[in-house]
Design a binder for this molecule. Structure first.
Ligand SMILES: Cc1cc2nc3c(=O)[nH]c(=O)nc-3n(C[C@H](O)[C@H](O)[C@H](O)COP(=O)(O)OP(=O)(O)OC[C@H]3O[C@@H](n4cnc5c(N)ncnc54)[C@H](O)[C@@H]3O)c2cc1C
Length: 240
């Protein structure tokens, strides 16, 4: 795991599993949950939610749409942000702008930052192309790629010095740029994201993002996450 990849919960609905319980309780209650007794404990609410909504692939995921979690995601390359942003139901993003930011690229061009603070390169090792053919990503090749990235940072700095705007000069910046973002999910959309992006054939880096996202969900909704871990995590059991 790249040490600059980070995911941190910023805010999350308190007692999320009790909220799921209140939602499911309303479904079969004659009267409003406004007037109902207090929900069971957070743990028991989670267990009831698993039993009544999820177990045996019941698929009653709707009640999971009420709790919300917001996370800060740092250090991943532009491609991860781009892939994550294809998810649009129950998900919201704020992404580091290329219009208002660019100083870190100039810092790199002028030697005040290290290349890997600004750009991401895969570790050396064996990889596969999309057809399954293996190839080596060597230290020598990685050095050449670092040089190309540094050249792009210098081109960006030179363009800015000529008076170009950031939004114009960024055309010289490759996908390898690390781009930070804030993302909010509801519990259902977070699980759906894990279905699609935590599976082995998703791109290496977004799988890493999923691996850092998952502990945040586990800590937040332990009983529901335990069910998901057992029955769906990494199994590519996709929702329709
Ligand atoms: C391994 C992998 C490779 C991919 N490669 C590419 C690629 O090369 N190019 C590319 O453009 N995309 C690619 N994608 C993105 C993919 O096509 C989806 O757009 C993306 O994963 C978002 O998922 P989602 O459609 O489930 O959307 P979400 O926003 O996560 O939606 C959740 C669910 O809501 C429902 N839903 C959402 N929108 C609608 C709608 N408009 N109508 C009806 N139901 C809806 C669906 O049930 C959907 O599954 C790839 C995804 C993966 C996982």
């Amino acid at each position: 795991m790249d040490s600059r990849f980070r995911v941190k919960t910023l805010r999350a609905t308190e007692s999320p599993q009790q909220l799921v319980w209140l939602a499911l309780h309303q479904d079969y209650s004659e009267d409003s949950v406004i007037d109902c007794v207090d929900p069971p404990s957070e743990r028991l609410s989670g267990e009831i939610a698993v039993k009544r909504l999820l177990a045996g692939e019941r698929g009653h995921y709707g009640c999971l749409e009420h709790p919300q979690i917001s996370l800060a995601v740092a250090g991943f390359p532009h491609s991860v942000m781009q892939q994550a942003r294809t998810h649009r139901v129950g998900v919201s993003f704020d992404v580091q702008s290329g219009r208002y930011t660019g100083k870190r690229i100039i810092d790199l061009a002028e030697g005040r930052r290290q290349i890997e603070d600004v750009f991401y390169l895969r570790p050396t090792g064996e990889y596969h192309d999309r057809k399954g053919k293996s190839y080596q990503y060597t230290e020598d090749q990685r050095k050449i790629d670092s040089f190309i990235l540094l050249e792009s940072a210098i081109a960006f700095r030179n363009a800015m010095e000529r008076g170009m705007s950031e939004e114009h000069a960024r055309d010289m910046i490759p996908y390898a740029i690390r781009q930070d973002f804030v993302v909010s999910f509801n519990l259902r959309s977070a699980l759906h994201f894990m279905d699609l992006r935590g599976k082995a054939d998703a791109q290496h880096e977004i799988v890493r993002f999923s691996q850092l996202l998952w502990p945040c969900i586990q800590e937040w909704t332990p009983e529901i996450a335990a069910y998901y871990t057992k029955h769906r995590l990494g199994k590519a059991r996709l929702a329709p």
